[in-house]
Write a protein that binds this ligand. Structure first.
Ligand SMILES: Cc1cc2nc3c(=O)[nH]c(=O)nc-3n(C[C@H](O)[C@H](O)[C@H](O)COP(=O)(O)OP(=O)(O)OC[C@H]3O[C@@H](n4cnc5c(N)ncnc54)[C@H](O)[C@@H]3O)c2cc1C
Length: 313
């Protein structure tokens, strides 16, 4: 019995960890080049220097007892640390936000850079059609990707699961990563405005270089209004908005780039925190089933694994 998990983000890896602990073999597939998903850290080479930006999730909190136990392990290993600038309970990965996902992926069988495009059934087994080949022989499949991507994968097998995914909508978010030689005259580490809903001095997070690196996130409305504009224009406009909204002199960045997230924070529908059909051997997990937060992604993956273990082991 081997379970295939599509998506090695926080939800997929949380599910994998619990399954492996119960003695179930898992193989994970992720289209990303390395660990992170929506908690990824972008690296940029600039004049021999490496810049890093947490360009997805900014910080997380841990309230659920089970997740707190997991976070305690990461903290003991120095892989997460408090970030008081974002609140008393705020935590970040160290040295980058992707570190908890990297920790969970260690020792797991993860095929990075592999996009699963379609699922099929053959002789009571699941077959995964990837962009680089076919993967056969799985007894169960877990889909742990954003709702918009989960729906089409599940649709040929479960209209109920696909319907829940298709009715769950996420906001897009234009994100800008900018580095400055001089310190910006902003007293606080975090600034919030209208077009720029969030701006954080990324280089001041624990375990970072201290460089004047900023991450800006546009509001959902601003992002929708500018969805198809070229990234260079987005970077210039959002930096101008940051300066104007905070009443500071414009400064020239030494590096600026924009990334468009199409699916950031989902607006979950009421219902179960994970979906599992034992007769099909098909499960769905992800933040979109519970709340648009890292902790919720972890809980969803864990609760799916608990339901699978109850029936499989
Ligand atoms: C800009 C932004 C800001 C955020 N801010 C915060 C925050 O401050 N605090 C917070 O708690 N949360 C925040 N979030 C939300 C948080 O990042 C998510 O809740 C969490 O990372 C979701 O984990 P997941 O495993 O469900 O999904 P993901 O992290 O999206 O993981 C899914 C994985 O599936 C892979 N994948 C997708 N489709 C396929 C396919 N067909 N084949 C193979 N692999 C596939 C992807 O590469 C990805 O690695 C933010 C998200 C974004 C984008």
């Amino acid at each position: 019995m081997t379970v295939a998990i599509i998506g090695a983000g926080m939800a997929g890896l949380s599910c994998a960890r619990a399954l492996v602990q119960a003695g179930v073999a898992v193989e994970l597939f992720d289209k990303g080049r390395g660990p992170g998903g929506r908690m990824s850290t972008r690296r940029v080479e600039l004049e021999g220097q490496q810049l890093r930006f947490d360009h997805g999730a900014q910080y997380f909190t841990a309230r659920d007892e089970r997740f707190r136990a997991q976070v305690a392990e990461w903290r003991a290993a120095g892989r997460v640390a408090p970030w008081p600038a974002a609140g008393d309970e705020a935590l970040v990965g160290v040295p980058g936000m992707n570190e908890p996902v990297r920790a969970m992926a260690e020792g797991r069988d993860v095929r990075w850079g592999t996009r699963i495009e379609r699922l099929e059934r053959a002789a009571d087994r699941w077959v995964l059609q990837g962009d680089e080949g076919t993967h056969c022989g799985y007894s169960q499949v877990v889909i742990a990707v954003p709702a918009e991507q989960a729906g089409p994968l599940a649709a040929p097998f479960s209209t109920g699961f696909a319907d829940r995914a298709e009715r769950t909508l996420s906001d897009p978010c234009w994100t800008v990563m900018a580095s400055f030689v001089q310190t910006l005259p902003l007293a606080d580490t975090i600034a919030a405005g209208d077009a720029v809903a969030w701006a954080a001095r990324d280089g001041a997070k624990p375990g970072r270089s201290g460089a004047e690196n900023w991450v800006l996130q546009a509001s959902p409305q601003w992002t929708r209004d500018h969805l198809d504009e070229p990234p260079e224009r987005i970077a210039a406009q959002l930096l101008a908005a940051l300066f104007a909204e905070n009443g500071i002199e414009p400064a020239q960045p030494s590096h600026a780039a924009a990334h468009r997230w199409l699916y950031t924070k989902a607006r979950p529908l009421a219902g179960q925190s994970a979906l599992w059909d034992a007769s099909l051997g098909l499960g769905l997990a992800g933040d979109w089933l519970l709340a648009p937060r890292i902790e919720s992604a972890w809980i969803s993956g864990r609760e799916l694994a608990d339901r699978m273990i109850a029936e499989l082991v």
